[in-house]
Write a protein that binds this ligand. Sequence first.
Ligand SMILES: [Zn+2]
Length: 678
Amino acid sequence: MAEENRGTTTQAVPHTQAKQNTQAKETTQAKETTQAKPTSGENANRKPNHNNRNKNNNKQDGDKPKANNNKNNNASRNANSNNKNKNRNRHRRQPTPVDENLKTFVAKNQEEHKQRLNPHFKLDLNSKAKIRITPLGGLGEIGGNIMVFETEKEAILVDVGMSFPDETMHGVDILIPDFAYLREIRSKIVGVVITHAHEDHIGAMPYLYKEMQFPIYGTPLPLAMIGNKFDEHHIKEHRKYFNPIVKRQKIKIGNDFEVEWMHMTHSILDSSSVAITTDAGTVIHTGDFKIDYTPVDGYTTDIHRLAAYGEKGVLCLLSDSTNSHNPTPTGSELSVGPALDRIFSKAEGRVLLSTFSSNIHRVQQAIQYGIKYGRKVCVIGRSMERNIEIAMQYDYVRFPKNIFIDADEVNRYEDKEILIVTTGSQGEANSALFRMSIGEHRHIKIKPNDLIVLSSRAIPGNEGSISGMLNHLQRAGASIAMSKDIHVSGHASMEEQKLMLRLVNPKFFLPIHGEYNHVMKHRETGMMCGVPERNILLMTDGEQIEVAPKYMRKVKTVKTGKTYIDNQNNHKIEDDIILDRQKLASDGVVMLVAEISEQNSTMLSKPKVTTFGIVPDKMDKSFAKEMEDVLEIFLTNIKPGLIENSRALENDIRQVVRKHIFRKMKKYPLIVPHVLVH
Ligand SMILES: [Zn+2]
């Protein structure tokens, strides 16, 4: 205990003092400069007493006004050396008497700063309680966020998100976290807490709920979107687990958890951070956030509640690291408006704007400027239509009903009267905009005077597909607007991360949401904001961290991973299928059927050989001959007894064929031998 206690205290004190000292110096200096101007007589007794530099200056300097620039006075000093002697005799300075009472107040203020800035003093250090935190996704990766908070007897989950596969995972549409650990602690779980409605925070909910169910706590928009997913997955009945909450109202979950949702600004409506209070203290999980002082709906980040927790004392902060490399403050969503206005005002034909379908405020702004310039609005793209519908159904946004038209009505209007808001800003092959770009959309064909506005950024990995789509669009004659000012991020950059750290003022800090380099950069920012390095841990998926008022440490690693999902049927794809697909994609497949005589171990006919992705068609015959030779040599040297054991026989054939192909082609295709023994 003493270790931790002392450690934190000593760390925080020098930090505080250092700051005060600089401030004190600055103040003193400012005073000197202003006070040095008036005549010498008045100032003789006002010399600050605690600054060595001043003592020296005052010894050398006369008190003539000209000579009193304390900072840069060498020239003056020489020039006035004659006067100086006279002055010294006339006005010899006495050290200013120290007001001992004032001095005690300096100490008292220093103590106050120490109390204010050191979170350690605000925690119940006698508490034996602790909380365990385990990310099952979202660390060491972007997306797939899911975090477990556990006391001795109970557990809650914060968010259950999905992520996207990379190009090696053939035929996989989405990834969901491996629920193995949740199965293990299933009986402890008392609820699921949702921060916001992005796919990487709610996308895996239907998959979890098909297997196990718990009460779900969240604000209306995330619950409405989860509800939609449940409907799509034919598990409507699980809507009964919904517990809508009101921000700022604390909710008891199980016996051990008290949770408060605090409003956050982000690139989706109705986002929250959560304060989770247990006997061990309060842990704040920011969810995804940025600090937008002028959000489109006027609902600013609830910095007051964050500060209130910071004032009371926060055990641990888990904060969004996505933009931790960005030193420029993230722009307000409202700042996109003027750029859209400029673009819309100049557009002569149709405007097709594409953005992330969940960014309702962006869509809202686009629609507003569409209306301003007399355009009708056509929303195309399933997810976009659904999200706008939900936002309107639940009164998050309001539009006049008569401004919307259907895709098949677009051609009835002049080009200048049309705004199309659509999905596909990432160049996704099945998106509306992509299909328009290649002329495969049923209602909308790209025209030469169309203006395409990409109000988004490329998610890393999507640059290629976006570029491909741009080529198609431009070939069709459209012009493209994709300047920087028509998009802002939804994530806090460094300065906002600092504000979060200073508001919450946590004892321990766990940077979350991001790859290793993001959380590592966020650690640096945390250290700049007064969190000692040893009070920060960089987690990776599966690492379980135990936090108590006196310590934070890694305790164990639990099983994590990804489950592959095929969106066509919403089913899991087994790992070995993905491995086979990878092998097929990179090395091809060789199938051979051979008939062998049991009596004399010879081939009864030529083997049938079929290959895919390993030899060109024109070489099929010669390759079949090669295989025949390989089998013949194999059979002449066959081990006794092998012929009766068909599985071992096929295995051995696979080995010799593999060896031969590798020697010749440096490839390891999938080899499928099928042996008939007569
Ligand atoms: Zn988000």
